[in-house]
Structures are given as C-alpha cells and as structure tokens.
Design a protein around this ligand. Sequence first.
Ligand SMILES: C[S@@+](CC[C@H](N)C(=O)[O-])C[C@H]1O[C@@H](n2cnc3c(N)ncnc32)[C@H](O)[C@@H]1O
Length: 339
Amino acid sequence: MSDWKNLLLHGDCLDVIRDLQDILKGKVRLIYIDPPFLSGTDYTLKTRSISTRRSAGELQEEQTYSDKWEGGLDEYLAFMKTRLRAMKPLLRTDGSLWVHLDWHVSHYVKVMLDEIFGYSNFVNEIVWKRTNSPKPQSRGFGSQHDVILLYALDESKFKTNQMYRGHDDKSRKPYSYRDERGCFRLIEIEAQGIQRTEKRKQFEWRGRTAPYLYRRETLDKWWDSGLIYTSKNGRFTKKQYLSDVPGIPVSDIWTDIPPVQGTSAEHTGFLTQKPEALIQRIIESSTEPDDIVADFFVGSGTTAIVAERLNRRWVASDLSEAAIKVTRERLGQIQSSQK
Ligand SMILES: C[S@@+](CC[C@H](N)C(=O)[O-])C[C@H]1O[C@@H](n2cnc3c(N)ncnc32)[C@H](O)[C@@H]1O
C-alpha cells in the first residue's frame, strides 16, 4: 500500500486504525471524529425513490447504527478510550484531534482526553449552535448545542489559520464614516483610560502633544497613506476601512453554521449528518493542501467530501454499510462534477 492517495474503509475503526498504523503513523495532520454520543437512539438513513408528477416517491428507511449501550456509560467510555488511544500515534507532531460530542458525554471524554493527550495540549472547547428551535422541556432547558473538543498532539507545535465569519449588521455599525475609499471607523492612537498613566511619554506630532500609542515613523506612514483622521478640535485618530477587515474573527462559539436541513442541497437523509461548512472551517483552520485528514466515524462522508474539495488527502472509515454507500455516492457526485 505505498501508492495510495485517499482511503475509504468499511469496518470497526479500531481494526482500521490498527491496520493503518504502518502507513499513517506520524503522518496525519487532522483527525476529526463525530462518534456515537451515548444518545440511546437507533439511527437510520431515510431516502426517497425518484418522484414523478403522479407520485411523491416512496420513503425507504434503513438502519445505519445504534447508539444504545447495554453496559451504559462504562461500556461507552471503554469503547472510546481504546479508539482514542489508537488514533493518537497517527498524528503528525503539529497535528490535532477534534472530537464532536454533545451534553451526554462531552465532560467524561474531556477528562479521558486530558489523560491521553495531556491537559496542556487541550486547545479549545468549541460550542456549535446546531439548532435555532430547541424543544420545550418540562424540566431544565432544551439543548441547542454540540461540543467539539480540540487537542493538539503538541501545543507548542500546533498552529491554526485565523478564520473569519462574514460581517453582520452589528459589526458593520461602527463603520459609520465614509469617504471616497468607502466606509470606515475611527481607532484611537492616543492612550486612553488606564493606559494614560503619568509615566507614559508624550511627544509633539503635527502640532499636537499627546501620549501617542505608536512611534512617530508609524504615524507618518499612516499620514502619508491618508489613514489619519483629524477631528474639528485637532485630535488625531486612525481610519480603519471596512473593506480592509476580512470579517469577524471566529471564536469558540459557532452560531453562524446552520444544521443540514431537509431542503438543503447537501442533505442525504443520514440522520446525524453534519454540515459541510462546519467541517470546512475545521479543515481550513488546521491543515494545508495535500495534508492528510482522517475521520474514522465518517457517517454520510462529510469529512471526505470536504477534504476532497479542499485538495486535502483523506482517510475515512465507518462500521455501517449504509454509511459507506452514501459516502461513495457523494464522492461520485463530486468526481462527476469535476469532469
Ligand atoms: C454521528 S455519525 C457520523 C456522522 C458524520 N459526521 C456525518 O456528517 O455524516 C457516527 C458514525 O459512527 C459510525 N460508527 C459507530 N461505531 C463505529 C465503529 N466502531 N467504527 C467505525 N464507525 C463506527 C456509525 O455507523 C455512524 O455512521
């Protein structure tokens, strides 16, 4: 198996990972997994036969996987522990593991990952708002979010690409000034509030003496580029144009990615399918083209699809035949659209 590019494998991920140790050890840049959550549910794949004008098409439902555990939490945690331990050696020194869970077990798996990866390699707990309409509850509150735990193999070597989300009305609001280059907001260049200590040096620049936050050469450069705004009373601030700001930096709370809806083009009928935009953000933030991305619980194939589209190499597996079938179909669709 020396000349492989991408791999889709059917089977228990523990066997898959063990079989791949030789070729993948220390080579995988990103592992994203969305394993069972101990939800107590049997999941299915719902597909509809082709509809015509006379018939809406028949709905077919086939079992994909069961997330019911006879041995309860202990059995589930033992299942996860062996698999998470087996995955770790596959990672590159600058690689990372992202584990998608929800309220059922995320706290238990967090503690387990602290043991396996080391507490100091824990990078983030990302909250993904997965629905806008939580179900009403007679006790407590309806859950609206999933959790993604991010661990670096070695936090000192792990880097991410800063991700941005599009501007919204709230983030556009401060850009209320306008000139021939477009909308801009004003940024202070003089020390304010607690920064304005007696020790801070003041100097004279273009007729105004103030505790400037930047060196004279920097201020001159901004002046020459037309980036300094002079108010009526002679105070200087810096213009920041909306078009120069790539968007709002993404934090650990992700509220801008909707779940896969029945009407959306990517919908497959696989009940726990995750949105491509979610996986795209993860892959783009933590890998570069040609890096290897792995998902050992690939379900409907979302990670493989997105990795393929972003020119990453990928390795995917699943225990369910139905999952492998859907993943193959989705990959086939990408390949035929690329021809
Ligand atoms: C939550 S789903 C993944 C959904 C996927 N992220 C997507 O976007 O479609 C979990 C998947 O794990 C698979 N699975 C469960 N146990 C497994 C095991 N031991 N090895 C490999 N896959 C397994 C299930 O068949 C299911 O497809």
